[in-house]
Design a protein around this ligand. Structure first.
Ligand SMILES: [Zn+2]
Length: 170
């Protein structure tokens, strides 16, 4: 299973990004992939507010078409995240209905509920095997950047003042 490489940065530090596309590696990309990570706790939301303005926004250099793919992938991926489990269930429900499943029978509601739950579970498990190109999560006083590509993670780390042989440089 490919595990993402994590790079933590102090929450008040604005990240510096490698000047190539995070998805395809092309030099000097012409656009940015823009997204807003979920902040888990109130004090983190407040910390983000003071450092970045209301709600943290991440902008990563990427070519325009790569940025579009990343946005789409992020949207699809959010269906594997628990906060949207209800929406996911509703979508699966509609999809199964469209496919004519389950066929009419005595326990149709039970079978339908079971099918929705099972499909949701499969989507969650599949999501584990495909880490996103980039994800950001907050931890107490730092932001943790998770990269699928370890080389990109190394470049990011170097640009942001981290020597891999040093434990921490502030
Ligand atoms: Zn690209």
């Amino acid at each position: 299973m490919p595990l993402p490489t994590n790079v933590p940065l102090p929450i008040a530090r604005h990240p510096v990004w490698p000047w190539y596309c995070i998805r395809c590696g092309r030099e000097a990309p012409d656009a940015v992939f823009r997204f807003r990570p979920w902040a888990a706790k109130l004090e983190q939301i407040l910390a983000h507010h003071f450092s970045f303005g209301w709600r943290l926004k991440i902008e990563v250099p990427a070519c325009a078409h790569c940025a579009r793919s990343l946005t789409l992938a992020r949207w699809v991926r959010s269906l594997t995240a628990l906060p949207l489990a209800f929406l996911e269930s509703a979508l699966i429900h509609v999809l199964l209905g469209w496919l004519g499943w389950p066929p009419p029978g005595p326990n149709i509601n039970l079978v339908r509920l079971g099918s929705v739950f099972l499909c949701g579970l499969v989507i969650q498990v599949i999501g584990l095997f495909f880490p996103p190109t980039i994800a950001v999560r907050s931890e107490r006083d730092s932001l943790v950047f998770e990269f699928r590509d370890p080389t990109y993670a190394e470049d990011f780390e170097a640009l942001n003042g981290f020597d891999p042989n040093e434990p921490h440089i502030e």
